[in-house]
Design a binder for this molecule. Structure first.
Ligand SMILES: Nc1ncnc2c1ncn2[C@@H]1O[C@H](COP(=O)(O)OP(=O)(O)OP(=O)(O)O)[C@@H](O)[C@H]1O
Ligand SMILES: [Mg+2]
Length: 370
């Protein structure tokens, strides 16, 4: 089976690494001119001339990047199976569509307003009450295209800074922690859920994900499973889907956003789960049985961002697994991640601190259950 992947970054690289044992081959279509997958057959298509050649090579198409023109994915769907569908991309690439779907399915979210003008932004800020987060409805990632507004007088400046025709303005959630739920749905509708992860973001970028959680009530996992199952079924989804949530002090969950793909907060599963998110995505899209999503041991994923540190020192840590993306160093760029495992959460946190000390610029790890 030759799998066509739209996008050619580290997520595609890790998909390929998971697919080689299944005798899958990979052809990547890169539209940015800067592919980094460094694996498989990479076609650079900045001028949109190679789509036909790409489609001739592949048996089915998936993607590792959702900010693609929906018309492109719809055109591909006419020729080859695409999983997840163009409808999943259409909804997940637009925060307004995403929130409308959450509302329709009864999945709670922070209070929000949509605005298309600086004056409307200021009015929404007054209505919701400060602080709020304003976000461009499309194209955002790693906290880009966002501004926290602490006073209605800052609205005009935020509008200029984000510079986008439509924004979503959300009440700023005073959360206890950020969590995510990852699930996978097969072609036959079978669904499997990963244990929820706690995610620490600094300046909008994910730094640490830990799973499973020592203090997560079974009922909270079940609530999250219910939310993501509703989304999967509604979209008739095939593959891995991620839902980012805020957990409040009373244990309740508010949906932040979703991603129609394998996700950084699921990288722990490569070493920490019986079947990784990457393998399960490939199983799902090929109509194969889904693999066991159980965690083997408490696991923490440490992102390596900007500068790499010394690989040998990281590899000297016990039960440390370094996954490098073969990218050059640049401020804010995701270059690698380390998966650390330990028999207890206490021992794990010690290893995480030891690992963070080896990484230039790594923020102090902080988890809600410490
Ligand atoms: N309404 C909110 N209240 C409090 N914090 C928020 C809110 N919205 C976003 N944040 C913070 O900003 C981070 C990034 O926001 P969000 O997930 O919406 O953006 P993104 O740029 O799409 O991120 P990603 O890299 O996950 O794609 C969140 O993980 C959270 O830490
Ligand atoms: Mg996010």
């Amino acid at each position: 089976m030759n799998i066509g992947v739209l996008g050619a970054g580290q997520l595609g690289r890790m998909l390929a690494l998971a697919g080689y044992p299944l005798a899958n081959r990979f052809t990547f279509l890169d539209t940015t001119g800067h592919p980094s997958a460094g694996i498989g057959d990479v076609m650079i298509d900045t001028d949109r001339k190679h789509l036909e050649a790409f489609l001739e090579k592949v048996d089915l198409v998936t993607y590792e990047f959702e900010h693609l023109p929906v018309s492109l994915v719809q055109a591909i769907e006419e020729v080859k199976p695409v999983y997840p569908s163009s409808e999943a991309i259409r909804v997940c690439q637009n925060r307004a569509e995403e929130k409308a779907l959450f509302d329709r399915l009864g999945i709670p979210t922070p209070a929000y307003r949509l605005v298309a003008h600086a004056d409307e932004l200021e009015a929404a800020v007054r209505e919701l009450g400060c602080p709020v987060v304003a976000k461009s409805v499309t194209e955002g990632y790693d906290g880009k295209g966002q501004a926290v507004i602490r006073d209605p007088a800052e609205a005009a400046e935020a509008w200029r800074a984000i510079n986008h025709p439509q924004l979503i303005v959300e009440a700023f959630v005073d959360f206890e922690r950020e969590v995510s739920i990852i699930a996978v749905r097969g072609r036959d509708g079978e669904v499997a859920f990963y244990p929820m992860a706690e995610n620490q973001h600094v300046d909008g970028i994910l730094r640490y994900s830990i799973a499973p959680l020592p203090d997560l009530a079974e009922s909270v996992q079940q609530t999250a499973d219910g939310y993501i199952r509703a989304l999967l079924d509604e979209l008739d989804y095939v593959g891995v889907l991620t839902l980012e949530l805020f957990q409040c002090a009373d244990g309740s969950l508010l949906a932040n956003e979703m991603a129609p793909r394998v996700h950084n907060s699921g990288h722990w599963s490569i070493d920490g789960a019986v079947t990784s998110q990457f393998e399960n995505h490939l199983r799902a899209i090929q109509g194969l049985p889904l693999g066991d999503t159980t965690a083997r041991m408490p696991t923490c994923m440490v992102n390596v961002i900007g500068r790499e540190g010394e690989p040998a020192a990281i590899l000297a840590l016990p039960d440390a697994h370094l996954h490098r993306y073969d990218k050059s160093e640049r401020a804010g760029r995701k270059l690698a991640h380390v998966n650390l495992l330990a028999p207890t959460h206490e021992a794990l946190l010690e290893r995480v601190r030891a690992c963070a000390a080896l990484l230039p610029d790594a923020p102090a790890p902080r988890f809600s259950f410490e």
